[in-house]
Design a protein around this ligand. Structure first.
Ligand code: PEP
Ligand code: MG
Length: 379
């Protein structure tokens, strides 16, 4: 009956968990997702995409921040965002108490936060036709036009945004640190880690690290009275490896990163040179039909291409920093075949969506069995 089946599944999972070397984390952005992830066996959060926290009514604040043309305006927007972000993290750390939570700093493609340029142009044209004043719309249109990009996924994203908009990353880092303090003072055990997206060169990481250290020093100074708060403010700083240049210079990047998380979605996009958003609509079906791919490289890791970059970055990164922590948080983290590859190259963990956790645990266990049987997979 149903109970028997559930019992068998639990025994199977326990067996796989007893075998596996890879740890398994979840990609989760909210406390609700985090609770679900724990139920499915997550040993931490490997990717919290903070851009998801800025949708809905907060979108307008980010728009104001990006388009601000005075420091006062920018600081106002940041001042409003800080307490909201802090609350987001308090809830997330509470849900994941005692487990690592990798928070990725903001990485939106810019166009998701800007008013639609076509819509704006139409509004301006209509106002003009009516003979109405259009000063504000025109100013907005000019500002948006300046930031308009033909390839937003290759544009002002990730760390670039953090370096171009003063105070943005500092606000997020402060929110993470202050949330950790709040949880620690309430008797909790928050374990945040800060992750920088879309890094291509070690210099970007150096700049963010300097900024992070300033913020953390100020939060530490304000909490010097609490031992538990100070302990939880030793926050690891790491990076996504999701650009070919980052993978190729992993040895240098590891000087400034305490962990790497492979962003195999963007890495697949940039290694192959095709857009992860458009690919299915353009030529993918034809490629699948012609057998150029057996399966989409966005689903199962392209071991020969993307995989060889991952393997090289693992080796170079660990040569620089033997205790470098290594994970993956692209969609491949929950794909069975890819999990076997990540085990073989020696990652410490895979991170995937909560619903894929059982599969990831199972395959991580099987990867050990397959390896000790000399690599023959009898699936
Ligand atoms: C990735 O690129 O693999 C990744 C995890 O980041 P995102 O999907 O948010 O770009
Ligand atoms: Mg990415």
């Amino acid at each position: 009956d149903a109970d028997e089946l559930v019992g068998a599944v639990h025994r199977l999972m326990a067996h796989a968990d007893g075998k596996r070397r890879l740890r398994v984390r979840a990609n989760a952005d909210t406390a609700e997702d985090a609770f679900r992830a724990r139920r499915y066996g997550a040993q931490g959060i490997g990717l919290c995409r903070t851009e998801h926290m800025f949708l809905g009514e907060r979108r307008e604040l980010v728009e104001r921040l990006i388009l601000a043309d005075s420091e006062t305006e920018r600081e106002e927007a940041l001042g409003e965002l800080l307490p909201m972000q802090k609350q987001d993290f308090v809830r997330l750390f509470e849900a994941m108490d005692g487990l690592p939570v990798t928070v990725r700093l903001l990485d939106p493609p810019l166009h998701e936060f800007l008013p639609d340029i076509t819509e704006l142009s139409v509004r301006v044209a209509l106002a003009e036709a009516r003979g109405d004043s259009q000063e504000n719309e025109l100013r907005l249109l000019q500002a948006v036009h300046k930031l308009h990009e033909s390839n937003p996924m290759l544009g002002l994203r990730g760390v670039r945004l953090g370096l171009v908009i003063p105070g943005l990353f500092a606000m997020q880092i402060r929110a993470i640190a202050e949330a950790a303090v709040e949880r620690a003072r309430a008797g909790g055990d928050p374990r945040p880690e800060i992750m920088i997206p879309l890094v291509g060169t070690v210099q970007e990481l150096q700049l963010v690290r300097d900024e992070a250290e300033q913020v953390l020093a100020s939060v530490r100074a304000a909490n010097a009275d609490s031992k538990s708060a100070l302990k939880r403010l030793r926050i690891k700083l790491g990076t996504m490896i999701e650009l070919p240049r980052a993978a190729l210079t992993a040895g240098q990047i590891a000087e400034e990163a305490e962990f790497f998380s492979f962003g195999t979605n963007d890495l697949t996009q940039t290694v192959w040179g095709f857009s992860r958003d458009d690919v299915e609509a353009s030529f993918f079906t034809a490629y699948l039909e012609k057998g150029i791919f057996g399966v989409s490289p966005f689903e199962t890791l392209d071991v020969d291409g993307v995989g060889s970059l991952v393997a090289r970055a693992v080796e170079d990164g660990r040569r620089t920093r033997p205790d470098l922590k290594l994970g993956v948080c692209g969609e491949h983290g929950g794909d069975p075949d890819s999990v076997h590859f990540f085990h073989q190259v020696g990652l410490d963990y895979v991170s995937c969506s909560p619903f894929r956790l059982p599969i990831a645990r199972l395959e991580a266990g099987r990867a050990v069995v397959v390896q000790s049987a000399g690599g023959s997979d009898s699936r």
